[in-house]
Each structure stands twice: as structure tokens, then as C-alpha cells.
Design a protein around this ligand. Structure first.
Ligand code: FAD
Length: 492
């Protein structure tokens, strides 16, 4: 802790954003870096707490809190304050394989757990993480680290999202020969086709890390779906271990009248098509251009749809959210800031407000029907206000309030209602046991599955979650897999 009085002297300052009007003209990242002197001040604000909740990942009010990767946050905060950037990068890489991803897209549960935030805004930890890693790339400090010795063991990783990539990196560095199977044409999972370019640049940021992994010796088999293009039995025959990291891609649907009309798409279908257009220069297959757009779902995915529709030139955009606003106050018995449920306007809503002079969000509303025009194409969405009824003691169930219906014009509807779990076909073929909700079971928070030599990590095991959790799970699964392969509990 270089400056014990830092938290008394400096306020929280975060990275600026590009002006909404300007950034709507392109697909580049909307955040700008924080100036180095401001970063050092933020580092100085860290109190180096005796119990650093920011990196603990403990349970607060029944919810996991702090960094799941156990990032050594007070240590690298201090190193940044003292201008020791290279050491800060080394410290950051000890626990996080991809800080350039989390530094951009993580909702920062670390900041929600910052002790300073009891009475003052938290240290801008995420901005510091971003700056450390970008400085590392700019200065050529981040280089391939292939293993010195190979163990002769072969591992297949299925899925190249953040969980699969973290598992592959760790297992490869431990000396095993790793092949990543990915059914898409590009690696990265939802980092590639999901999270839009405005939040995480694909070519400059994601692919530069993939190139590094390839240079370390990891083999990527793209356009190769396990269970279809390559049989699961072949993997069992040819590999000493398998890590399953296939995500939780089964989207939640909204089964109401008119759902079958053309013009209604799952958010991920839409976001994937938009990224393909950007990267391949192909025409938009699903477009918001000139249309009235209704996004159903008020989470991050919904926001990404709003921002994408604006860049494509939609005529109007509305985002429906079932929860009332404001939904949650800090519980009186809980002195800690709540989990960062972002009800302040996020980047997409700020951009919509700039373009249309109105917040696109409509709280406490849901869609109850989709209506066609005379030609049979989607023309409007019927919405209703949501009431909450206590069906069983303590269980509130939402439902439309009769008589509260209104109609919104819509030629494009995007369903951003979350994900219900992993696709089951491959898991059936592999024969791994699952929980009642269809995720892969792991006993006592372990990453082994019911089949020997098969491990699981990320959203397919944990359920729909966050990039930071996927990286954490990939690392921990790799650790267990390595111990299994080498017959010893080795710490990676
Ligand atoms: P995924 O990233 O889903 O990767 C799984 C991969 O497995 C995919 O590439 C898939 O093609 C591949 N695969 C599946 N089946 C097979 C098969 N049979 N053979 C070969 N390959 C297969 N989290 C954040 O922290 N911050 C955000 O801002 C954020 N924004 C998001 C925005 C959107 C639109 C979405 C949908 C999610 C967002 N998330 C965000 C969540 C985050 O992206 C996920 O939690 C994370 O990517 C999960 O990682 P994963 O590796 O488990 O799975």
C-alpha cells in the first residue's frame, strides 16, 4: 500500500466513453482508456484491506461475491500506483489468463465487494486491470510461453469459449498436447459470436490472444462439431482426457400467440449474424435497418441488441423488462452494496437516448402476442403490464394485468430472455450425468464428471454466467485434469 491516505485524497474516476453520437457511426469499442495519472490515483485509493473481499470470491448474503479468479487486486493496485507495470502484469497473469477480456466485459464483482464502497465509490479496479494488460501488449511483454517439456498426454477440449480457452492454456502450459474442437468458423465462443465488437474487438483483442495460444502449441479444429463431424467415441479412443466446455446455448423462448411469425429471432442468432457481417463483409442476414425493433429482455444481451440495432440504423427501438423499476433496494441488514444489477443506463440505452431522445426501456412489461400485417409479416407486439401474485407463500409469480394492454409497432423482435442450459445431444452421446436443469453435474464443486477422464467447465456446468466465471472454471478444471493425468495433485 504505497499511499495510505490515497482513499482520502482522490475520488473514484472511471474510463471515459466515446460520445454516443460518434460511436454509433462505427463498430469500434466505445470505452476509452483512463489517463495514467488517474490510474495511479485509483491504485492509491486501494486500502489494502486486511480481509480483501475484492479478491475473495466468498458468499455475501448468499451470493458469490468478489473475484472468482481470486485476482490479487490490492497487490497490482499498489504496483500500478508505484508505476511498476511489468510486475503488475505478472501478478495479474498469475490468476487471470485473459485480463484483456475481463478488463473490458466483466461486471466487476470485485468492485461490488470493495470495502471502500461502504462509504465511498469503489476503486476503479476494472479500469486498472484493462490498463495493465493493454500496456503489456503494447510493450511486447505478453509473449508465447510454450512448455519446456511435453508429457506425452493428449487432451481434447470441446468448445473454445473462455472456459475452453482457459483450460486449453493451462493444460498446454502443463506440457500436455491440447486440441480444441470448435463447431463455429472462428474460435472464442460467446466472446466471438455473442458479445458485440463495441464491447470487445474481435480482430485486435480476441484473435491476438488466440494467435498466442496457437504459438504456444494449442491446435484449433474449427468448423468441427463433436458428435457430428467427429464422433465422441473417437475422442474417447484418441485422447487421455476430455474437457467439455460447450456453453449453455439453449435460449429461453417466449411461447405466445404469433411466435412463429417471420421477424422474431433469438438475440444470439441476431448478434452472431451482425458480427459475421462485420468480419466477413457479407450482407446482413437479419437486419434492423429502417425497422421498428422490440427487444424483449432487460439484461446485458438485450442491451447488446439495442446497441446493434442502433448501429444498423433502426427506425425505433424499445426494450421490455419484466421487472419493475427500481427493483431492489439495499436490504436493511446488508451493509454491502448489492450485486451489480445494472439499472443505471448501460451503453446501449445511453446511445438510444441520444438517437431518439428517450430511454428505450419499459419496465414491468411483457409481450403477450405478436401480430401480423395483412401480408402475414410481423407488424406489432401486444404488451401488458406485469403484476406479481403470491401463488404459494413466499413465491411471487409474474403475470399480465388484464386491461393494461398496449401495442408497439415492430418489424423485428429480438428475444433476449436468457439461456436454459447446454444443448443435450453431445452430453447424451458422451454419457455424462446432468442436474435437473440439464447442466453437467460435478460433485462438491469438482470439475470431474460422472465419466472417468472427462471434465467440464463453464456455462455448461455452471449454467448461464459470466466470462470471469468461465475463465475460473476452465482453470480449475484444467488443474483437476492435470492431476488426473499425472497421478498427482499438481498446482498449476
Ligand atoms: P461459450 O462462450 O458459450 O462457448 C462454448 C463454445 O462451445 C461455443 O463456441 C460453441 O460453438 C462450442 N460448442 C458447443 N457445442 C459444441 C460441439 N458439439 N463441438 C464443438 N464445439 C461446440 N459475460 C460477461 O462477463 N460480460 C458480458 O458483457 C457478457 N455479455 C454477454 C453478451 C451476450 C450476448 C451473451 C449471450 C453472453 C454474455 N456474457 C457476458 C456471458 C458470457 O459470454 C458467458 O458466460 C461465457 O462466454 C461462457 O463461456 P463458456 O466457455 O462456458 O461458453
Amino acid at each position: 500500500m504505497g499511499k495510505p491516505t490515497g482513499f482520502l485524497e482522490y475520488p473514484r474516476e472511471t474510463a471515459p466513453e466515446r460520445e454516443p453520437q460518434a460511436r454509433l457511426e462505427d463498430w469500434h469499442e466505445f470505452r476509452l482508456p483512463l489517463a495514467p495519472d488517474k490510474l495511479r490515483q485509483q491504485g492509491a485509493r486501494c486500502m489494502d484491506c486486511g480481509t480483501p473481499f475484492c479478491h475473495s470470491g466468498i458468499l455475501l448474503s448468499g451470493m458469490a461475491s468478489g473475484c472468482p479468479l481470486h485476482n490479487l487486486i490490492p497487490e497490482w493496485n499498489d504496483l500500478v500506483y508505484r508505476d511498476l507495470w511489468r510486475q503488475a502484469l505478472d501478478r495479474l497473469h498469475r490468476t487471470n489468463d485473459f485480463p484483456e477480456f475481463t478488463g473490458r466485459v466483466c461486471p466487476a464483482p470485485c468492485e461490488a465487494s470493495c470495502v471502500l464502497a461502504i462509504g465511498d465509490p469503489a476503486v476503479a479496479i476494472k479500469n486498472i486491470e484493462y490498463a495493465i494488460t493493454e500496456r503489456g501488449w503494447e510493450n511486447g511483454w505478453i509473449v508465447p510461453l510454450p512448455p519446456r517439456v511435453r508429457t506425452g498426454k493428449n487432451v481434447a477440449v470441446i468448445g473454445s469459449g473462455p472456459a475452453g480457452l482457459a483450460a486449453a492454456l493451462q493444460l498446454n502450459r502443463a506440457g500436455h498436447s491440447v486440441t480444441v474442437y470448435e463447431r463455429d468458423d472462428r474460435p472464442g465462443g460467446l466472446l466471438m459470436y455473442g458479445i458485440p465488437n463495441m464491447k470487445l474487438e474481435k480482430e485486435g483483442v480476441l484473435l491476438r490472444r488466440i494467435e498466442l495460444l496457437e504459438a504456444e502449441g494449442i491446435r484449433f479444429m474449427l468448423k468441427t462439431e463433436v458428435g457430428k463431424d467427429v464422433a465422441a467415441e473417437r475422442l474417447y479412443r484418441e485422447y487421455d482426457a476430455i474437457v467439455v466446455a460447450i456453453g449453455a446455448g439453449k435460449a429461453r423462448d417466449l411461447v405466445v400467440r404469433g411466435r412463429e411469425l417471420p421477424g422474431i429471432h433469438f438475440a444470439l442468432e441476431y448478434l452472431t449474424a451482425a458480427t459475421r457481417t462485420l468480419l466477413d463483409g457479407v450482407p446482413e442476414t437479419i437486419t434492423a435497418r429502417g425497422k421498428d425493433v422490440v427487444v424483449i429482455g432487460g439484461g446485458d444481451t438485450g442491451t447488446d441488441c439495442v446497441a446493434t440495432a442502433l448501429r444498423q440504423g433502426c427506425r425505433s427501438v424499445v426494450q421490455l423488462e419484466i421487472l419493475p423499476h427500481p427493483p431492489q433496494q439495499r436490504a436493511p441488514e446488508n451493509p454491502w452494496p448489492e450485486w451489480p444489477k445494472v439499472y443505471a443506463a448501460d451503453y446501449g440505452q445511453k446511445e438510444a437516448a441520444e438517437r431518439f431522445s428517450a430511454d428505450p426501456r419499459r419496465y414491468g412489461r411483457t409481450a403477450i402476442a405478436f401480430l401480423p400485417d395483412a401480408g402475414g409479416t410481423l407488424a406489432s407486439v401486444v404488451c401488458a403490464e406485469v403484476g406479481w401474485q403470491e401463488k404459494k407463500p413466499g413465491v411471487l409469480v409474474p403475470g399480465p394485468i388484464p386491461g393494461s394492454e398496449t401495442t408497439l409497432p415492430a418489424q423485428l423482435v429480438l428475444l433476449a430472455l436468457g439461456f436454459v442450459g447446454p444443448e443435450q445431444e453431445l452430453l447424451d452421446t458422451l454419457g455424462v450425468a446432468r442436474t435437473a436443469s440439464g447442466t453437467i453435474s460435478g460433485e462438491n464443486d469438482r470439475f470431474a464428471t460422472s465419466i472417468p477422464a472427462v471434465f467440464a467447465a463453464g456455462d455448461c456446468r455452471r449454467g448461464q454466467s459470466l466470462v470471469v466465471w468461465a475463465i475460473s472454471e476452465g482453470r480449475r478444471a484444467a488443474q483437476e485434469c492435470d492431476a488426473f493425468l499425472m497421478g498427482k495433485p499438481e498446482t498449476l
